[in-house]
Design a protein around this ligand. Sequence first.
Ligand SMILES: *Cc1c(COP(=O)(O)O)cnc(C)c1O
Length: 381
Amino acid sequence: MTDLPSSLSAAGWAAPGAGAMLEIDLGAIAANYRLLNARTGQATCAAVVKADAYGLGAHRVGPVLERAGAKVFFVAHLEEGMRLRPHVSATAAIFVLHGPMPGTEAEFTRHALLPVLNSMEQIAGWCGHAAQMGRPLPAALQVDTGMSRFGLSDADVAVLAARPALLDGIGTQLVMSHLACADTPASPANAMQRDRLHAMAARLPAAPLALAASSGIFLGVDYHFNLVRPGAALYGLAPNADGPNPLHPTVRLRARIVQKRTIGAGDGVGYGLTWRAPGPRRIATLGIGYADGFLRQGANNGGCAWLDAYRLPILGRISMDSTTVDVSAVPESVLDQATHVDMIGPRRSVDDVAHSAGTIGYEVLTALGARFHRAYLTQAA
Ligand SMILES: *Cc1c(COP(=O)(O)O)cnc(C)c1O
């Protein structure tokens, strides 16, 4: 791993032994946090750093977000929370979205982690732990407003409203839910979930409310409640498919050119020889493949790399360790000097790669593996 000042981005190749280099722009992540925080006014802007900060490294991203102003973090699993804890200050709140699995409650208090309680079983487990500790313990309550994934049902909330003692020992810090269709602003599910959160929260102990993740922030102020939970937008992904993306890109992925060759009309490329040259072509083999998390489907639908302003279509199938591109459009003088190309960069976003692979930017980012050389750009933006 290397730290580079931002000014060196796109300059020299810092990783002679690696097939590809992933540059992670910490300043851009901080700038995205500030942009989202400014957009959500009075609401607290938390930061979601589950899945190792969407693959970008929670141990680096967490402290940067904290310096940018984040005081509340969310991870999915207890172990993710334990790994994050030493990298943010003791006063930072870390919520664990999946809550305590039975028997893990003491780990939460030991590591100063806050559970999101999703079910009556998790509530009972946390109350039991609070009784053992002899003090009320803070937690968030999640309610299911329509996604049918996590959270208390209407029936559960009715039971809790009738028997408030079931929540004895819980210091309710937050009542939260999650939107199923936030990236589709026209979906009627959004307003329905918003209204259900109001109704369900009214039957629970008074606490700050939270509904919006990245896309939900862009649905407008009546989705912000008291706290918002962006993840993807911090890392530069577009909050919805239409319109310009207001967020800064945070990653650049460059692959080494391992070999160049000229092929003739009818020659095939890659496994299965699925692409055949219609005429003479200059091609280049790159040191990046699906084992690096560069999804095999990414060769489809206009899949390409870029060398400066030259577009390089991906030819045939992506292999485990390599990808072949057409460099015929690149002048020989430029190609001679070239050592690497952009797979993700100024001309090709994570969302573009996702479009080619028939998936979403979230999957592309979180799939990017550990085999790349990683360089963190540390200049605060
Ligand atoms: C992953 C997740 C988020 C963050 O979602 P983004 O779309 O990445 O902003 C927020 N809340 C919950 C409950 C999540 O699971």
